[in-house]
Design a protein around this ligand. Structure first.
Ligand code: IMP
Ligand code: MG
Length: 179
């Protein structure tokens, strides 16, 4: 996409400093809850990479990390709720305490599918930590143990979240103008 067709940023929802501060708080909760256990953070490519690395650096206990990639067709496309794993984890999660790290939980289809799939692999525990939570668009209920921010029903970009693969590298989270 050429630069001329890039949508404009409408307003910043969360600044870099607000995100950093909130990640610190959530990381402290996680460190407390998982102290003495074998914590593994599982990131969902590509959106959660920025959040996962920032979070991991603020967690005060040892963590392992692994990634998977999915192809999803969200509520905003023609095939809502259809999710499949496009790249699987490198390692087993059997007997481990697993935290699924998401950029955003929207309809909940992706999170529910991943929870069901990972639960079948025998982890000791399994929970979700998301940067953003848009509960207003939830279609299927999923338990979200840790979240940084609740957001309104507007499309957002930045800190890993994309619009047509762009804007992931913004340090802040913003609403874009969509025509
Ligand atoms: P789900 O609807 O909960 O399955 O969310 C699936 C995926 O939709 C997320 O992991 C994001 O990749 C994408 N998504 C949902 N809302 C937004 C948004 O506001 N900006 C960028 N991506 C989004
Ligand atoms: Mg995406």
């Amino acid at each position: 996409m050429s630069e001329a067709h890039l949508p404009e940023i409408e307003r910043v929802l969360f600044t870099e400093e607000q995100i950093r501060q909130r990640i610190r708080e959530v990381a402290a909760e996680i460190s407390e809850k998982y102290r003495g256990r074998d914590l593994k953070l599982i990131g969902v490519l590509k959106g959660s990479v920025f959040f996962l690395t920032a979070l991991a650096r603020e967690i005060a206990i040892p963590v392992k990390i692994d990634f998977l990639a999915i192809s999803s067709f969200s509520s905003r496309t023609a095939a809502p709720g259809l999710v499949r794993i496009a790249k699987d984890l490198d390692d087993s999660i059997e007997s481990e305490d697993v935290l699924l790290v998401e950029d955003i939980v929207d309809t909940g289809f992706t999170a529910r599918y991943l929870l069901q799939t990972l639960a079948g692999r025998g982890p000791n525990s399994l929970a979700i930590c998301t940067l953003l939570d848009r509960t207003a668009s939830r279609i299927v209920q999923v338990p979200v143990e840790f979240r940084c921010f609740e957001i309104p029903d507007r499309f957002v970009v930045g800190f890993g979240l994309d619009y047509r693969q762009l804007f992931r590298n913004l340090g802040y989270i913003a609403v874009i103008k969509q025509n």
